[in-house]
Design a protein around this ligand. Sequence first.
Ligand SMILES: Nc1ncnc2c1ncn2[C@@H]1O[C@H](COP(=O)(O)OP(=O)(O)OP(=O)(O)O)[C@@H](O)[C@H]1O
Ligand SMILES: [Mg+2]
Length: 190
Amino acid sequence: MTQNYHSKTNDKIIGPASGSPRDNRAQTPPSAVVDFVSHSITQTQRCGSQLAQHLVPGVIILLEGDLGAGKTTFTKGIASGMGVEGYVNSPTFTLVNEYEGRLPIYHLDCYRLESGQEALDFGIEEYLDAGGVTIIEWPERISEILPPDFIRVSLSYLTDTKRSLRLEPVGSKYIALMQEFKKSAFGSTL
Ligand SMILES: Nc1ncnc2c1ncn2[C@@H]1O[C@H](COP(=O)(O)OP(=O)(O)OP(=O)(O)O)[C@@H](O)[C@H]1O
Ligand SMILES: [Mg+2]
């Protein structure tokens, strides 16, 4: 299957342009978007770990951000929140690491891929369809083959110890999940 789910108009994965005639996708309400500054590795991991409490089978989490932004650090938090014991590291060379938690976790790092086709050749669809939690670092590399609904986590470097984090659902499927997460982790959806 080589469906084109997304048009790639810049480096980010986006849905159809807002307001275009073909745009029948739900707008993401601010109540489902989390924006905050993490002051430490622990805070970044805690955010991942709290998100993990709300994850459901089949969910896809895209982790965007430069080298060293904190994508793998965030993933460690998700894994720990899912009950994974043991070492979680970057699958840069192996492409995917699997962990057994409350749900299976498939942690992919697409940094070395040049196209979505390479990911299809690798068998990415088997992971996406396996009913686990698929976490993808460097999803920009394979944006043309990604499904339309996912949670996007964007991290950026602020200082040696601080990172900005933005978490948002793309598509309508995970809006309620993100609202629940925001309410339980931050006490409100404002
Ligand atoms: N607040 C913070 N949140 C996350 N990481 C932080 C924070 N402060 C410092 N760091 C450090 O930043 C680095 C983040 O590395 P990490 O491997 O998570 O990045 P990455 O985005 O996965 O990079 P890559 O694209 O190379 O895989 C780690 O060395 C971590 O200790
Ligand atoms: Mg990484």
